[in-house]
Design a protein around this ligand. Structure first.
Ligand code: ATP
Ligand code: MG
Length: 457
């Protein structure tokens, strides 16, 4: 027989308590209730709960304090806060204090049921332990160990996470790991490259459209939000979103509902938002190129994935792991990395980070004759010293952007030009790859390879 699950419902209004208890009861949860902070503390001392729902304003204090206490003393109990409608500040504050999610008043029961389902799916014994995370994100450095710990923690939450880091550091891998280790693992993970969607199609791509809503809309089409329902939407290169789209996205995130183009009603969607960019989003906000309110909303938790040159201890292990994978794919014996090769890697600045390391090793593997790779096989490009060595005036250690030409990171710069040319050609040819390849004067295979390499969807 399945063990019965239990919840603690904290609200000073009796009607709301009853509504919540009834809804949770129908989902098979046994409920205790509390009408004040003191009451809730009391219950928490005596019982263990699989879920706690708390109101924000309680007669003897704030629900935020309760959230902070529970995440300290009972980290195994996910807690969600009920907030006043439209009170984004409170919702963000709750998530920062350790709430795994929030629900706005008046409580929409469909939204509440999704929330409960995700809370119960978090398997605290196995998921989200730094060990499990390590099987995906490799690296022995203290920086990576601490990143893995943070990932294990944020995986349990439903809070939006913003992942910052240079090109190729592992931002998408981080996002996938957060998804895979959390309560939404059974749902879809939908990555979107925000820079690759033509502006005029954006609203319909994100929210879907109804048949006949514009010329070319021959049938109803679900959008990315519907595709990610029950799972995670990963907004990659989020800095590329046009301002008009930022407004619509903000609404969708705040209200947990969307309206398809041409639809006359909103529909509830249950999506966790993760986002990333290699750009300095804070600086874009200061320049007025990214909306402050959206930034505030998607950046509730910020993770920074450190560049490879800040964790050189990871190089030997990471290289071995990559070589094992590459050699395994090709059915070859795993080559050994010579001492001079390792030393050369240790000196190289890696503007393209782990992806660049993968490319270097792949090329070396193709060229190498024996079972040892030496420094010459690596063919490391000669780069001027990285800009990180001379921080910009003012001492602000801004993230180095290897795509910025001023850092002379030539390979990344070329990648950027390629990316822009390909994206432009894709748009011109309405995403038909055969025609795009022809327009660019390359083969279909070469285009497919480049799309994959540049991470263009
Ligand atoms: N810590 C790691 N352990 C193992 N593989 C890694 C690690 N970090 C990155 N990788 C690998 O490096 C490659 C680049 O990672 P990913 O695509 O996540 O980077 P990114 O930050 O999203 O890059 P970009 O800014 O170019 O989009 C992937 O093949 C990924 O699997
Ligand atoms: Mg990426």
């Amino acid at each position: 027989m399945a063990e019965s699950r239990s919840a603690l419902v904290v609200d000073d209004e009796r009607d709301i308590r009853e509504l919540l208890v009834m809804t949770l009861g129908r989902m098979g949860l046994r409920c205790d209730t509390a009408s004040s902070l003191a009451d809730a503390r009391n219950q928490l001392q005596r019982n263990r709960y699989d879920l706690c729902l708390t109101d924000m304003r309680l007669p003897d204090g704030s629900g935020i304090d309760l959230i902070a206490e529970i995440s300290q003393k009972h980290p195994e109990t996910p807690v969600a806060m009920i907030t006043a409608f439209g009170n984004v500040e409170a919702a963000v504050e709750a998530l920062k204090a350790g709430a795994f999610d929030f629900v706005a008043k008046p409580v929409d029961l469909a939204v509440l049921r999704d929330l409960v389902r995700h809370a119960l799916e978090i398997d605290h014994s196995r998921r989200g332990s730094p060990d499990v995370v390590a099987s995906r994100l490799h690296g022995q450095s203290p920086a990576m160990a601490s990143l893995r710990q943070t990932i294990a923690k944020v995986a349990r939450s439903q809070a939006p996470v913003y992942i910052a880091g240079e090109s190729g550091v592992g931002k998408e891998l981080t996002a996938r790991t957060i998804h895979a280790e959390g309560g939404r693992a059974a749902g879809p993970f939908i990555p979107v490259n925000c820079g690759a969607i033509p502006t005029e199609l954006m609203e319909s791509e994100f929210f879907g459209h109804k048949k006949g809503s514009f010329t070319g809309a021959h049938a109803d089409k679900p959008g990315l939000f519907q595709a990610a329902d029950g799972g995670t939407l990963f907004l990659d290169e989020v800095a590329e979103l046009p301002l008009a789209m930022q407004v619509k996205l903000l609404r969708a995130i705040q209200e947990k509902s969307i309206r398809a183009v041409g639809a006359n009603a909103e529909a509830i969607v249950d999506v966790r938002i993760l986002s990333a960019t290699h750009k300095d989003l804070g600086a874009l906000v200061a320049e007025g190129r990214f909306r402050q309110d959206l930034y505030y909303r998607i950046n509730v938790i910020e993770l920074r994935v450190p560049p490879l040159r800040e964790r050189r201890e990871d190089l030997p292990g990471l290289s071995r792991m990559i070589l094992e994978r590459l050699a395994g794919d090709q059915g070859r014996t795993v080559p050994h990395l010579g001492e001079d090769a390792l030393a050369a890697l240790q000196d190289y600045p890696f503007p393209g980070n782990v992806r660049e390391l993968e490319n270097i090793l792949e090329r070396a593997l193709a060229m190498a004759e024996g079972d040892t790779l030496d420094a010459a096989d690596l063919q490391l490009p000669r780069l001027p010293p990285p800009a990180a060595a001379s921080p910009p005036a003012g001492g602000d250690p801004r993230t180095l952007d290897p795509r910025d030409t001023s850092t002379s990171a030539l390979p990344s710069y070329i990648e950027e030009i390629e990316r822009a040319a390909i994206q432009h050609a894709l748009q011109e040819n309405r995403y038909n790859k055969t025609r795009t390849a022809a327009a660019l004067g390359i083969t279909f295979r070469a285009l497919r390879y480049k799309l994959k390499k540049l991470g263009i969807d």
